[in-house]
Write a protein that binds this ligand. Structure first.
Ligand code: UGA
Length: 434
């Protein structure tokens, strides 16, 4: 059955959820308080780089199943189901800033004239469903029934639409069986296995999943150091581990550590959530520490490949986004790495196919380019920080001619060391012998 859905917040999660729900036949109105953004979205002009999203938004608009507004009141009153997908950014102490979520719940309360099924999509600390119910009740002019359903989002940037249509699981946390069934029905065309839980468990599943994935990455990065010391190959070690079905082959790529808007924020938030109930989550503390160290260690690797000093060196940094297929620079390892290289006296030219525009204000001392060969020309070394397909596809003989010295320090293990040796490069990667 087609439902009328309001989605509040048109960031990654809100925009993708709204567009995908419209694509499976629901009538969706997406709300954002930013008028300029809404004006752009109404013309199908999307503010983020996400493969396939622009076409999906345009077709939703054409078929009149998707609309945008900055008027939260009309969106709430014309919808039966309201998704809350606003940001939950970190505060300086690692706690989650819940201001936007709270404001939205208060606005919903002010505008709801009858029953609403309210779905929390934002990543929120455990217990938020109860606070949200209290915020609603406080602001309601008279008592109105509602249900709060916690449906965490597990999509990855860069493959958000694929992930929505191929979900591993749909977690639905609710105290009301009827509301949970309605939300399951709403998502049915996605064909995902459904796990029904209570609200608190659903809220925790999100943090636990991100913390566990981050732990896999920090674990493999630590193993990579051991590999370097004993002369083993981390990719073979990861492959061998991953063939054990209890471990699985994913998220075992060693590199420069995780970045992005989710893992760094959510691991810190989970640590604070544990602290708040007087529990020292030791593994998670180490996961975060290892991830921070990984960036410094990579800079050391670059320095030692250049005989210890970076002073006056010209370096080409390939990739700014925290991973390929996104222009997102939030907590991107490349930004930290560039800053560290520059503070040690290096001059950096950086390449990225899509993130250069966003990077300009963040990297005032860096020459930025969308032409990989321009970044490389005359550099003392090429440093790989994001495994873009365009980096994988570089013509290496040309790279060798353009570099001042044939040195590559690869933070993403993009190339095979044997091929690089044959081509005559000094090739340093992560967890593999030179
Ligand atoms: C992550 C989760 O994968 C999603 O399931 C979750 O919904 C999302 O956070 C969120 O909380 O919203 P995302 O941040 O888009 O998604 O990116 P990932 O593909 O998970 O990559 C995160 C970081 O880990 C990247 O910097 C990537 O380079 C790094 N990574 C990933 C590794 O270093 N090694 C790996 O093996 C895998």
């Amino acid at each position: 059955m087609a439902e009328k859905v309001a989605v509040i917040g048109t960031g990654y999660v809100g925009l993708v959820s709204g567009a995908c729900l419209a694509a499976i036949g629901h009538k969706v109105i997406c709300v954002d308080k930013d008028d300029a953004k809404v004006a752009r979205l109404k013309h199908g002009d999307i503010p983020i780089y996400e493969p396939g999203l622009s076409d999906m938004v345009r077709s939703g608009l054409e078929q009149e199943r998707l609309a945008f507004t900055s008027d939260i009141g009309s969106a709430v009153s014309s919808s039966d189901i309201v998704f809350v997908a606003v940001g939950t950014p970190p505060l300086d102490n690692g706690d989650v800033d819940m201001t936007q979520v709270r404001t939205v719940f208060e606005q919903i309360a002010e505008h709801m004239a009858g029953y609403k099924c309210i779905v929390i999509k934002s990543t929120v600390p455990v217990g938020t469903h109860a606070s949200a119910a209290a915020w609603l009740k406080e602001k309601m002019a008279e008592p109105i029934e509602f249900d709060i359903v916690s449906v965490p989002e597990f999509l990855r940037e860069g493959s958000a639409i694929h992930d929505t249509f191929h979900m591993d699981r749909l977690v639905i946390g609710s105290a009301s069986r009827a509301a949970a069934e309605r939300i399951a029905e709403l998502h049915k065309p996605f064909g995902a296995p459904v796990l029904h839980t209570d609200n608190s468990s659903a809220e925790l599943i999100k943090y636990a999943s991100n913390a566990f994935l981050a732990a896999k990455i920090s674990f493999i990065n630590e193993m990579a150091h051991v590999c370097e010391k004993v002369g083993a190959d981390i990719q073979l070690v990861a492959k061998g581990m991953g063939m054990d079905r209890r471990i699985g082959p994913h998220f075992l790529n060693a590199g420069i550590g995780y970045g992005g808007s989710c893992f760094p924020k959510d691991t810190r938030a989970q640590l604070r959530i544990a602290e708040a109930v007087d529990y020292d989550f030791k593994i998670l503390r180490s996961v975060i520490e290892v991830n921070q160290l990984q960036r410094q260690r990579f800079v050391e690797k670059v320095a030692s490949a250049l005989n210890g000093s970076l002073e006056g060196k010209k370096l080409a940094v390939m990739g700014l986004a925290f991973k390929p297929n996104t222009d997102d620079l939030r907590d991107a390892p490349a930004l930290d790495i560039i800053e560290m290289l520059q503070s040690r006296g290096a001059a950096v030219r950086a390449y990225d196919p899509v993130a250069v525009g966003h990077a300009r204000p963040l990297l005032p001392e860096t020459i930025l380019t969308t032409d990989p060969y321009e970044a490389i020309t005359g550099a003392d070394a090429m440093i790989i920080t994001t495994e873009w397909d365009t980096v994988r596809a570089l013509e290496l003989t040309r790279v060798k001619q353009l570099l001042a010295s044939p040195i590559i320090i690869d933070g993403r293990n993009v190339f095979a060391p044997s091929d690089m040796a044959t081509l005559g490069f000094r090739y340093v990667s992560v967890g593999r012998e030179e």
